[in-house]
Design a protein around this ligand. Structure first.
Ligand SMILES: *Cc1c(COP(=O)(O)O)cnc(C)c1O
Length: 412
């Protein structure tokens, strides 16, 4: 059974104080997880996690991660501005963008961020608009498929990101000629990977490429950025990835590939989003209607505008009916929001305890790519975000949108 990070009493208190729907984050869980990650990779003195801001672009969250030693990974002008406002600067920022607008690139350069070039043509693009920094990163796309034990996990060949092997070499040569001194390699091949082999297998590929690039061009490889992609167990019977096993797998590849090549000073970076925040946030919503037609429906006060993943990807998010954790799950419900869109369903044919109007529901694992993917369709307003602190008190991280916010950009 999936546990909630607070009990019914606490969630009722939060609902009474701030209203529902609301995204709630668990400070203790966030900090403990960040410490576990940093400990697991502490064998690499240069290790740094650059939290993928897009997953949870909330200042109160970014500040907690900053205190835990994390940097930020941005991909747009406003994400860079947000990070600057939260006190990040220089090499605490990774800028991993694609199809990058000029203004975004300029801002990244102005902040002194590590710039991760998505394409070979971006060498010229960056050089023309603001020059080449001393440290620069290139994103690699190996093509083909990424498979583990003959099972295809993802399809890099079909992804729009990154450069081919040949382009990586050309980019490094051009960048060296333009004055770059230190190089990074980045790749993101599988999303929400819950198998422990993902990072170690990709790391081995990237380390091998790093040695090749170093030997072919003489470039000094400063870091290998394993990016995001470590998954979380959304389903109750799924096993969580084991970060110690993952980090040790990366270490083995490091010792076997980089160290013998005299490259034992390469820093390991990550850009995890989902893994850092996913399990440590939930969407708290109240059942406001029940409907009995050809199926049984429970209408809640949240909708896909508060959490898009089920509507967009058919993603599973576990649901706990607070106070009924131990009741028999003998009802089959569709748990739905109020959009005039039939895909606005948090759960379809889900076995749950009998739900009464007024019950509070926790929709699990919404801490990453949850509130962040919110939108205003049907005139729906995005909810507040609140932090459950380590001492059990709560603090508002973002207020709910109001009709005034909704009207603010309209020209009447
Ligand atoms: C989305 C993204 C991440 C984070 O992905 P997660 O699946 O949340 O770990 C990291 N880096 C880049 C470049 C991304 O686009």
């Amino acid at each position: 059974m999936k546990q909630t990070f607070a009990d019914r009493e606490k969630f009722e208190e939060i609902a009474a104080r701030y209203g529902t729907p609301i995204h709630v984050y668990d400070e203790k869980g966030i900090r403990e997880n960040a410490r576990r990650l940093n400990r697991a990779f502490s064998w690499n003195p240069g290790f740094k996690e650059y939290f993928a801001v897009k997953a949870t672009p909330t200042p109160g969250i970014l500040k907690i991660l900053k205190e835990e030693g994390c940097g930020v990974d941005c991909s747009s002008l406003t994400e860079l501005m947000l990070s600057e406002k939260c006190g990040f600067s220089g090499h605490d920022i990774m800028f991993s963008s694609n199809e990058t607008p000029v203004a975004d690139m300029k801002k990244a350069r102005e902040l002194g961020a590590y710039i991760n070039l998505d394409d070979y043509t971006h060498v010229k693009f960056l050089n023309e608009i603001c020059g080449i920094p001393e440290s620069i990163c290139c994103r690699f796309n190996p093509g083909g498929v990424f498979s583990v034990a003959n099972q295809i996990m993802d399809n890099p060949r079909d992804a729009k990101y990154g450069m081919t092997r040949g382009q990586m070499k050309s980019a490094y040569r051009d960048l060296l000629a333009l004055g770059a001194k230190n190089f990074g390699i980045h790749a993101f091949l599988v999303s929400n990977a819950t198998f422990n082999e993902y990072y170690p297998m990709m790391a081995r590929q990237l380390f091998t490429l790093a040695v090749e690039l170093h030997q072919a061009t003489g470039a000094h490889i400063e870091f290998v950025n394993l990016s995001g992609g470590i998954g979380i167990p959304y389903y109750p019977d799924q096993i969580a990835p084991n970060i110690e096993i993952i980090a040790n797998g990366v270490r083995e590849a490091y010792n076997e590939v980089l160290v013998p090549a005299g490259m034992g000073d390469v820093k390991i970076f990550t850009e995890l989003g989902r893994y850092m925040l996913g399990p440590y946030g939930c969407l708290l919503t109240r059942a406001i209607h029940e409907k009995h037609i050809y199926k049984e429906y429970i209408g809640v006060d949240a909708c896909a505008c508060n959490l898009m993943r089920p509507a967009m990807y058919g993603a599973y998010h576990h649901i706990t009916v607070l106070g009924k954790e131990d009741a028999p799950h003998d009802h089959l419900y569709d748990v739905v929001g109020s959009l005039c869109e039939n895909n606005d369903k948090f759960a379809i044919d889900r076995e749950l305890p009998e739900i009464d109007v007024g019950d509070l529901l926790v929709i699990h694992d919404t801490g990453a790519h949850g509130h962040a993917m919110g939108y205003n369709y049907n005139g729906k307003l995005r909810s507040a975000e609140v932090l459950l602190k380590e001492d059990g008190s709560t603090t508002l991280l973002r207020r709910a949108e109001t009709p005034e916010d909704y009207f603010a950009t309209m020209v009447f």
